[in-house]
Design a protein around this ligand. Structure first.
Ligand code: HEC
Length: 257
């Protein structure tokens, strides 16, 4: 029995390990695949701000529209630019070769990104760009050192100015809230100031990024919504079947007793 338990623990433990890996501070977010309004807003942000460079080529516009409760015709009209059709995959025109030349590294396809890095990592990454004149785009990132991506959300967020080293920021996070557990000093000695204001307040900006990452979690596992729905039916069926089986068992054993 002991051996069995140990085997069980060993088998299950790795599942809880975070796919993101690496050390450092990540802000947490709870993915909510049932919040359709959030997913719809996220898709809009993704199409408008990310698909200039990143594809989501394993996802079709139409599937997303239907899963998120949107009319595919409206999606065709408002969320698809150029001559793509709603039945097609969410691909982009930029070629990986050109992109590699322009950015150093080509922008990767983002369909499975939320499974690769984890939602917390992306949520933190998109909110952790800070001004760094030594970089080609004038920005660096607290969780992705020397990143090749420009801060495309800067018009919304404003430009963050870091007041401490990259390593400190990566460790404590950009907001620098709370108290350092080691020194007991307030962490705002290592925080970020937003220079110039973006269109949104910090809270509004966090919400935009939350919705966006929520959508990215959805495209990483679109059938999760289906499995939740089917799972409910299966459980209802099992409960009903239990009563049928129980009644049958009683019937069979009546003569024996
Ligand atoms: C102007 C082009 C451009 C736009 C627009 C853009 N990105 Fe990027 N992105 C890049 C490039 C280039 C990289 C690769 C950076 C590197 O490897 O150094 C990247 C990398 C990333 C990564 C990290 C990939 C990894 O795991 O290595 C994520 C996540 C990401 N982008 C998300 C987004 C999201 C979400 C948006 C929309 C808000 C967006 N990007 C918009 C160019 C862009």
């Amino acid at each position: 029995m002991k051996k069995f338990l140990i085997t069980l623990v060993m088998a299950v433990l790795p599942l809880t390990a975070n796919a993101a890996g690496g050390s450092g501070h990540l802000d947490h977010m709870d993915v909510d695949l049932h919040n359709q309004a959030s997913l719809q807003r996220g898709m809009k942000t993704f199409v408008n701000y990310c698909m200039g460079c990143h594809s989501a080529q394993y996802q079709r516009f139409e599937r997303a529209a239907i899963d998120l409760g949107m009319d595919p015709e409206l999606v065709q009209e408002h969320l698809i630019f150029g001559d793509q059709k709603v039945g097609e995959q969410m691909t982009i025109a930029m070629s990986a070769g050109d992109a590699g030349k322009w950015f150093g590294n080509p922008p990767p396809d983002l369909t499975l990104e939320a499974r690769l890095r984890g939602p917390d990592w992306i949520y933190t990454y998109l909110r952790s760009f800070y001004a760094d004149d030594s970089r080609p785009w004038g920005v660096n990132n607290a969780v992705f050192k020397d990143v090749g991506m420009p801060n495309v959300l800067a018009p919304l967020q404003g430009v963050q100015i870091a007041t401490c080293s990259h390593e400190e920021m990566a460790l404590h996070g950009m907001r620098g809230e709370g108290v350092d557990p080691l020194t007991n000093l307030p962490l705002n000695s290592c925080s970020s100031i937003v220079k110039g204001t973006g269109e949104l307040s910090p809270e509004e900006f966090d919400k935009v990024v939350y919705d966006l990452v929520n959508f990215m979690a959805y495209i990483g596992e679109p059938s999760k919504l289906d499995s939740h729905r089917i799972g409910t039916y299966v459980l209802i069926f099992l409960v009903l079947f239990f009563f049928v089986a129980f009644a049958l068992k009683k019937e069979y054993w009546r003569d024996v007793h």
